[in-house]
Design a protein around this ligand. Structure first.
Ligand code: CA
Length: 218
């Protein structure tokens, strides 16, 4: 199990990221300032760092500088509210492997985390396979009984979430927060609409409606 350190001082965002990562099977630790992040990484207790730039004490740039100076090679994904090209460049030149401008969707962050972890540990399998459905998480290809189907990014993320939780019922709220993110209107029927799209592409029998509860992939 990969261990993800989340360095973020805004509780709303760190808990959103943490919940999603735990649901996706990761072990997580949250710290709220830069010095704690440096200490934990250098103690060797994490595989990937999700790093906010605007942290109290020392900021994310300084965290990265200290980590790289100390020889830490773990992947770092920077979260930044600053979307200017200079800040992005500064993050990447400072040793970040990737960045996410806020606000971001959880599925986008998750995809980047998986990609960076896969880069860091080449050869680890990155396909999901359930009941004749197959998703290649690196190439983003989807197969139904060996036949390729085109999925949009959101359809792919929804299929991935359902497949990772095969035979378990996922509520609309769970799917909304994991696939659409914290900025989405909870009253929206977007989940039902996308389940409809997926049924058309993957075969209606794969996704069961559980009345009053949500959806389940079989
Ligand atoms: Ca912050």
């Amino acid at each position: 199990m990969s261990r993800i350190l989340i360095a973020e001082d805004e509780a709303r965002i760190s808990s959103f990221v943490e919940k999603g990562l735990v649901a996706a099977g990761f072990a997580t630790t949250v710290v709220e300032n830069g010095l704690d992040a440096v200490e934990l990484v250098l103690a060797g207790s994490c595989d990937l760092l999700v790093l906010d730039i605007g942290l109290p004490g020392i900021d994310g740039y300084e965290v990265m500088r200290r980590l790289r100076a100390a020889g830490a090679s773990l992947p770092v994904i920077v979260l930044t509210a600053r979307t200017s090209a200079e800040d992005t460049l500064a993050s990447l030149e400072g040793g970040a492997n990737d960045y996410m401008p806020k606000p971001f969707r959880f599925d986008e962050l998750l995809a980047r985390i998986r990609l960076r972890l896969a880069d860091a540990t080449k050869g680890v399998t990155a396909t999901l396979s359930v009941a004749g459905l197959e998703l290649d998480l690196r190439t983003r290809r989807a197969l139904v009984e060996g036949r390729e189907v085109e999925l949009s990014a959101r359809e792919f993320a929804l299929a991935e979430e359902l497949m990772r939780n095969a035979d378990r019922v996922l509520s609309r709220e769970q799917l909304l927060s994991r696939v659409w993110g914290y900025d989405f209107d909870p009253g929206s029927n977007v989940v039902d609409v996308y389940v409809g799209y997926l049924r058309a592409k993957l075969g209606a029998a794969h996704i069961e409606t559980v009345r009053g509860m949500g959806y389940r992939l079989r």
